[in-house]
Structure formats: C-alpha cells, structure tokens
Design a protein. Structure first.
Lengths: 249, 129
C-alpha cells in the first residue's frame, strides 16, 4: 500500500484530479490505466528525491518534473485513446455521415468531374497544338514538292491543274497567272519555308507547353493520390476492426 | 538578423521531441523498462530533457500501434509497475528507423562525398513523399 504524509497526499490528489479532468474524453478503462501509471511514477520519483528536503518540496519537485496535466495530456495524447472515447459521439457521426452522403459526395464527385474536365481540356490543347504543328510540317512538304515540280516539271503542274488536284480561288489564280512559272515555283518554296519554320518553332516551343501541362497533371494526380491515401488511412482501421468483428461473429 | 535564445531553445525542444519516440524504442530494444526507469535512462545522459509525464502518451501510442507490449508487475517497493518491451514488429521497425536516422545524421554531419549526399538526399526526399 502506498502511503504518503497527509499534506503530500493532498497535493497528489489535487494533481490527479486536474489530470483526470483533462482526460474526460478518454474511456474509463484507459483513463484509469493512465492515472494508475502516473501514480506509480509519482511514487517512484518521490522515493528517489533527496530525503534531506521537506516532503512538500520533494513532491512539488516531482510534480514539476512530471509536467502540468494539460501539458502531459495535450502534448502527445494518442489518437487511439482520444478516438476510442468517442462512443458518445456516435449519433453525431451518423449525422455527419448522412450530411456527407447527401451533400459531400455529390459535391465531391462534381468537383472531381470539373477537375477531370480541366485535365482533359489541357490534354486536348496539347494534342491540338501538336496536330497543328504536324499539319504545318506536312503543308511545307507539299508546298516544297509543288514548288520544285513547278520549277523543274512544269507540265506536271499543268496536268494536276487540269485533273482538278490543284484548285485555287479565282482571285488567287488571277494573281498567280500574272507570275512566270519560275516566280510561281519560288513563291511556293517560300511558303514551304515559312510553314516549315512555323512547324519547327511550334515543335521547339511545345516542350514548354508539355512541361507546363505535365506539371499541372502531376500536381493534380499527386493531390488526388494524397487525398486517397489520407482517406484510406482514416477508413482502414475502422474497416479492419469491422472485418475482425465480422470474423469473430 | 540574429536568432534569440528562446528561438534556439524552441528549435532544440522540437528536435528532441522529434527523436523522442525513436529514443524510447532504442532504450526498450535492449531491455524491458517501466515508465520511471525508462525516463531515467533517457535523461541520465543529459542530452534529452522532457516533462516526464509526456512519455506515457508516447508509450500508449506505441502500444496502440502494436510496437510495444506491456505488463503490470507487482513491486515489493510500492505500487505495481507497468513494464514495456518492444514487440517483434517494434524491433524490426526500430532497426529500420535507426538506419534511416543514421543516414540523416551522416547527411547533417557531411560525412559523404558530395555526389553521394545528392543521391541520399534524393532517396530521402522520395521516401518522404
């Protein structure tokens, strides 16, 4: 049996009461275990204190070293103890779950849909950009081919015109007809070079667009993954407990 | 701008708090202890100062996570003592955490060639993510 002088008992009781009031949310069993352990600690520490000092000084030193109740509890109170204390919060949790089901999930799904829509739009912009660059490159090849054929195979140009493969707006045709075949060929080659330059420029600067879009995507998917992990960490203990209970049943 | 003594103390406290759980596991790795004896071991070197009561929530958390097991043992010198020891899972985790801790210490102390530090930092950052 642990015995202290009366004054020391009073100081310890006062301390334990304050500690107990800090542990109100903790289940009785865990709370008693915790208090019992602290009492055991106080006893050990009190015995080790310098016997030369008076008892009040000894116990006050011990309690100062143990720490203020709020400090002891608040600093690192395990979530499990605090969490398992919340049986009385069950109705509140049910209401919370209903609210989440009614509003949170639709809003969450809506938000997710918007997010995925934005990502799809960004991907679309990227794809369109490269399609445009490819078209410019293809156009430059076609123009170059036509320009070269106009210079070195003029009859091929005429045959293509006659077959309807090459078609021009009337106004454009009138302007082109005023030029010599040589000038027409060079004009086509000039446009081919412009298209090729535009395509190369687009491909070169496209890497910045790729970086930007991939940065946004990596961030967004990172957030989604973190959110999923966070939810899983919260849900996993409950699901494990649920299945354990199910197995026991 | 110079930092204040208070600022330094706050950071030192944070640092010690950060490694307290590992230190607790380290002490329990070698021997079973009850709360008071565990605190004596932790504080006798003088490198860790703590409010003694804060060790019990840490032990409770380790217990909840299955890293320590506990047992009340009657004492002929007073009330029963609650002894703690690392579980097998706790021992494995401690070995891994202490290796991680060694890497961090080496990083802080600049014990490696520059390119190796870069590799290790990358690995640590990847693990943290």
């Amino acid at each position: 049996m642990t015995t202290y002088p009366e004054v020391v008992t009073k100081i310890i009781d006062d301390y334990m009461d304050r500690l107990k009031s800090q542990l109100q949310l903790v289940p009785v069993e865990d709370r008693n275990e915790f208090l019992r352990e602290i009492q055991s600690h106080i006893y050990e520490a009190f015995q080790q204190q310098d016997a030369g000092n008076d008892e009040v000084t000894r116990i006050l030193t011990v309690l100062r070293k143990v720490g203020e109740p709020a400090e002891v509890v608040a600093d690192r109170l395990p979530e499990a103890i605090a969490g398992s204390a919340s049986a009385w919060i069950l109705p509140l949790r049910i209401v919370g779950a209903l609210l989440i089901a009614l509003f949170g999930i639709p809003l969450g799904l809506g938000g997710m849909a918007v997010l995925l829509g934005i990502l799809a739009a960004l991907a679309g912009v990227l794809i369109s950009y490269y399609v445009l660059a490819s078209v410019a490159l293809l156009a430059s090849v076609v123009l170059l081919t036509l320009g070269m054929s106009r210079l070195y195979q003029p009859e091929l140009w005429d045959r293509l015109l006659a077959a309807g493969v090459i078609q021009m707006d009337v106004a454009v045709a009138q302007v082109v007809d005023r030029l010599s075949p040589y000038a027409q060929g060079n004009l086509l080659i000039f446009f081919a070079i412009v298209c090729a330059a535009a395509a190369v420029g687009m491909f070169w600067s496209g890497r910045y667009l790729v970086r930007g879009v991939s940065f946004v995507m990596v961030r967004v998917f990172g957030w989604i993954r973190q959110f999923g992990q966070h939810v899983w960490r919260r849900v996993q203990p409950y699901s494990a407990e649920f299945f354990a209970k199910l197995q026991r049943a | 701008m110079r930092y204040s003594e208070e600022d330094k103390d706050r950071r030192v406290t944070q640092l010690r708090k950060g490694i307290l759980e590992l230190a607790v596991m380290g002490v329990l790795y070698h021997k079973r202890h009850y709360g008071y004896s565990l605190i004596r071991v932790l504080t006798e070197s003088g490198s860790i100062s703590l409010k003694e009561g804060t060790i019990y929530p840490i032990l409770a958390r380790l217990h909840r996570d299955g890293l320590v097991q506990s047992e009340w043992v009657e004492s002929d010198q007073g009330p029963p003592r609650k002894y703690y020891g690392l579980t097998l899972q706790g021992r494995h985790l401690f070995v891994e955490l202490s290796q991680e801790f060694d890497s961090l210490i080496s990083l802080v102390k600049h014990d490696w060639p520059a390119e190796e530090i870069q590799d290790r930092t990358k690995k640590l950052l990847v693990k943290r993510r």
